[in-house]
Design a protein. Structure first.
Length: 68
């Protein structure tokens, strides 16, 4: 994984996650998915959505910093 992506987020950072419809949902960055390359996918990360009580693996390109 590139250094630019590795330096992007740290565990506990509050982020926005964009869904397929272009809507943003609040989340908390957990970590990068180190195994993403094994399955031919692009770089991805683990994000939790505390309000929805769920977690997901998302493309790092769908994550942006959240300033509140």
């Amino acid at each position: 994984m590139s250094d630019a992506i590795e330096d992007g987020f740290k565990e506990g950072d509050e982020v926005w996650v964009q869904d397929a419809d272009g809507n943003r949902h609040p989340g908390v960055f957990v970590g990068y998915n180190e195994a993403a390359g094994w399955f031919g996918g692009g770089p991805s990360a683990y994000v939790v959505h505390p309000e929805a009580h769920q977690a997901e693996v998302v493309s790092v390109f769908r994550i942006t910093p959240r300033d509140e």
